[in-house]
Design a protein around this ligand. Structure first.
Ligand code: ATP
Length: 319
C-alpha cells in the first residue's frame, strides 16, 4: 500500500482532527502518502483531493470540528455517483480510504467496499451510536459539555426552586443523556430506547417534590417529545416554574477532551496498521480498552449496540 485517502463525513465531532492527524502521521512514518478529501463524500465526488504533509496536521489536535470539512451528500447512495468517486481515487493512485464519521458515513464506506474499493471506518460521532465499539470519537467531549450545562442549570434551578428540562442529542441512542444524567446528578432521564411515558415522568417529579427536593433536573433525548410543551404541562401540573433548554449544536463544538484526543489518535494509527497488514473493509472500535476491528459489512448488517441498562438504572437508583 503506497497511498491512502482520508475524509470526514456526516455530523462533525470533536476529535476528528486528532484522528486525521494520527492517520497522516502514522502513515508518513511508514512511508505511505496521505491524501485528504475535502467535505466528505461530496468532495470525493468533486475530486477535491489534496496531498497532506506532516505540517498539514500541525496545530489541529486541540481543535474541534474537522479542518477537512464535512458534508451531507445524499447522492452518494447512487451507485453511479460512487463509481465516479472511485474513479477519482484511482486517478490519484489512492489504494484505500479511511472514513471518519457516523452510521450514515459507515454505510457509504460499506458500499464502496462492496464495490471492491477497500475502506476503513473510524467511529466519529458524538452520539455513541455505532455498533462494534464502546465509545465513539467525540462522545466524551460532548458529554462534558452537557454535564457542564447541567451544572450551570442546577445552580439557578436550586436557587429558584425550578424544574429544568435539558434536551440533548442522540436521536436513536440515549448514551449521551444517560451518562450526562449520572455525571450531572440529574434525577430523570428519558431515552429513545425505553420510550417516553409522560405520566410516569410527572409522577416521579411529584415524588421528588414530596421528598422536599429543591429542584428537578430532567435530561431528555432530542425528538422524543416537544420539550417546551412538556415544560408548560409540568409547570401547570406542579405549579413550579419549569424551563426547557435545548442544547443543540453547542454539544458538537469545542476543544476535544484528552480522552477523545487519545481515542482518536489510537484509532487513526490503528487504521494505518490494519491497511499495512492488508486488511480492507474493516471498521475500528474500542472494547474493554482494546482496539478491535470488525468486517464493516457484517458490522452494519448484523451487529447491534447493546443498551446500557446499568447506566439507565443508575440515575434512578441515585435519585
Ligand atoms: P452523524 O450520525 O453524526 O450525523 P452520519 O455519518 O451518520 O453522522 P449521515 O448524514 O447519516 O451522517 O451520513 C453522512 C453521509 O454518508 C451522507 O450524507 C451520504 O453522503 C453518506 N451515506 C449515508 N447513507 C448512505 C447510504 N445508504 N449509501 C451511501 N452513502 C450513504
Amino acid at each position: 500500500i503506497k497511498k491512502i485517502g482520508v475524509l470526514t463525513s456526516g455530523g462533525d465531532s470533536p476529535g476528528m482532527n486528532a484522528a486525521i492527524r494520527a492517520v497522516v502521521r502514522a502513515a508518513l512514518s511508514k512511508g505511505i502518502e496521505v491524501y485528504g478529501v475535502r467535505d466528505g463524500y461530496l468532495g470525493l465526488h468533486q475530486d477535491r483531493i489534496e496531498k497532506l504533509e506532516r505540517h498539514s496536521v500541525s496545530d489541529v489536535i486541540n481543535r474541534g470540528g474537522t479542518f477537512l470539512g464535512s458534508a451531507r451528500f445524499p447522492a452518494f447512495k447512487e451507485e453511479s455517483v460512487r463509481r465516479e468517486a472511485i474513479e477519482n481515487l484511482k486517478k490519484h493512485g489512492i489504494d484505500a480510504l479511511v472514513v471518519i464519521g457516523g452510521d450514515g458515513s459507515y454505510m457509504g464506506a460499506k458500499k464502496l467496499t462492496e464495490m471492491g474499493y477497500p475502506c476503513i471506518g473510524l467511529p466519529g460521532t458524538i452520539d455513541n451510536d455505532i455498533a462494534g465499539t464502546s465509545f465513539t470519537i467525540g462522545f466524551d467531549t460532548a458529554l462534558n459539555v452537557v454535564m457542564e450545562a447541567i451544572d450551570r442549570l442546577r445552580d439557578t434551578s436550586t436557587s429558584h426552586k425550578r424544574i429544568s428540562i435539558v434536551e440533548v442529542m442522540g436521536r436513536h441512542c440515549g448514551d449521551l443523556a444517560m451518562h450526562a444524567a449520572v455525571a450531572g446528578g440529574a434525577e430523570f432521564v428519558v431515552v429513545p430506547e425505553k420510550g417516553f411515558n409522560k405520566a410516569d415522568l410527572i409522577a416521579q417529579i411529584d415524588n421528588g417534590i414530596a421528598k422536599g427536593k429543591r429542584h428537578a433536573m430532567v435530561t431528555i433525548c432530542e425528538h422524543v417529545t416537544d420539550v417546551n410543551a412538556l415544560a408548560k404541562e409540568i409547570e401547570a401540573h406542579t405549579g413550579l416554574e419549569t424551563r426547557a433548554t435545548i442544547l443543540g449544536h453547542i454539544q458538537r463544538g469545542g476543544s476535544p477532551t484528552a480522552r477523545d484526543r487519545i481515542l482518536a489518535s489510537r484509532m487513526g494509527a490503528y487504521a494505518v496498521e490494519l491497511l499495512m497488514e492488508g486488511h480492507g473493509g474493516r471498521c475500528v472500535g474500542i472494547m474493554k480498552n482494546q482496539l478491535v476491528h470488525h468486517d464493516i459489512i457484517d458490522c452494519i448488517e448484523n451487529m447491534k449496540r447493546p443498551f446500557d441498562e446499568e447506566m439507565f438504572k443508575l440515575s434512578d437508583t441515585l435519585f
